[in-house]
Design a protein around this ligand. Structure first.
Ligand SMILES: Cc1cc2nc3c(=O)[nH]c(=O)nc-3n(C[C@H](O)[C@H](O)[C@H](O)COP(=O)(O)O)c2cc1C
Length: 348
């Protein structure tokens, strides 16, 4: 029976263990939205994970949501990510970049002046987000994407994938939950289009399928994963029938042969672990796992690997701590999203 300490192959990515670092936005990119030596140090410190999934990275400027988050668009950004990938590889680790287009979950204060806020429909999300310039502000009112803008965004995911590989990443993950652009297309509450990208279930799935096609064309399916959390209401997301939506999505992606399905488990209304059984490839499960329940999920065949978020923040050597049965440190929430090294690269 495999445990968290055994190797696993996710598509084309061979991982030395099944302890995956979950994607975590830490808001510490530089003024060009590029990673720096400090970010390379942070990820390098965590390279003993079987695989690292990076924080969400935007594929075009419109897709930037949160303050000080990195992109994979410009030469400076690609060069910054190369520092990160090299640091992880130098220690024998693997790194996959999470591609995250926030759609309507953004503020103009957080992104370039000439960028826009695009979404499937002109429905503003309820809620606020943090900015450096103006503190907490309401989410923008989005513009409904034209057909040309949809096609451009899909192409941008493909180019972002190429750029991630050019930076040396081992693969990419589509962020398809938490109320961001792909989830906005999937869900009835945010997608009220009446063209090929909205209305019927098939039409709501189209954007995500075409984005995955663009990503797999760029990287090969064995280097592309997808993250989902059916029923996740985060960022004012609602769907009339998330279980039906995601069952259909999994049916549609099964023939693609993706590297993995990454599922956040704990949300009201949908049994996401049950749902993930219908995926034909490797499954990574996430949320509130520790050593014991992680090993149990693997032993039961529910997961091929487990991703850990918060535990990796304060315990860069998490696999070693698990091996030793050592007590885990708790992360400092006050420094989660602030600039600088404190609460970032100073855990040991
Ligand atoms: C500081 C922080 C930032 C996060 N940023 C992202 C992100 O960029 N992309 C994403 O998919 N999930 C993000 N998450 C969610 C985590 O990947 C993970 O799903 C969550 O922390 C639950 O796992 P855990 O119980 O092991 O921490 C973030 C979580 C935290 C704590």
């Amino acid at each position: 029976m495999p445990t968290l300490f055994d190797p696993v192959t996710l598509g084309d990515i061979r991982c030395a263990n099944r302890i995956i670092m979950a994607p975590m936005t830490r808001s510490r990119a530089n003024e060009e939205d590029a990673p720096t030596e400090m970010n390379a140090l942070y990820y390098g410190q965590r390279a003993s994970a079987g695989m690292i999934i990076t924080e969400g990275v935007y594929p075009n400027f419109d897709g930037k949501g949160y303050v000080r988050t990195p992109g994979i668009v410009t030469e400076a950004q690609i060069a910054g990510w190369k520092l990160v990938a090299d640091a992880v590889h130098a220690k024998g680790g693997k790194i996959v970049m999470q591609i995250m287009h926030c759609g309507r979950i953004t503020s103009r204060h957080n992104k370039p002046e000439d960028s826009r806020t695009l979404a499937p429909s002109t429905i503003q999300a309820k809620g606020e987000m943090m900015t450096d310039a103006a503190g907490m502000v309401a989410f923008e009112v989005p513009e409904a994407m034209t057909m040309a803008e949809i096609k451009q965004s899909i192409a941008d995911y493909g180019q972002a994938t190429k750029n991630a590989l050019a930076a040396g990443c081992d693969g990419v993950e589509l962020h398809c939950t938490s109320g961001y652009l792909p989830a906005q297309f999937l869900s009835t509450g945010t997608n009220q289009r009446d063209d090929d990208y909205g209305g019927s279930l098939d039409n709501r799935l189209r954007f995500v399928i075409e984005v995955l096609n663009a990503m797999t064309e760029a990287a090969g399916a064995g280097r592309v994963g997808i993250r989902i959390c059916p029923g996740n209401p985060f960022n004012d997301l609602s769907d009339e029938n998330p279980e039906e939506t995601f069952r259909a999505l999994i049916d549609r992606i099964n023939p693609m042969g993706l590297a993995y399905l990454h599922v956040i488990r704990a949300k009201a209304g949908v049994d996401n672990i049950e749902l993930s059984k219908s995926f034909d490839g490797p499954v990574i499960l996430n949320e509130s796992y520790v050593l014991d329940n992680g090993n149990r999920a693997i032993a039961k065949g529910l997961a091929d690997a487990i991703s850990f978020g918060k535990p990796f923040i304060a315990n860069p050597d998490l696999p070693e701590k698990f091996r030793a049965g050592a007590e885990l440190k708790a992360p400092d929430f006050a420094t989660m999203y602030v600039p600088g090294p404190k609460g970032y690269v100073d855990y040991d």
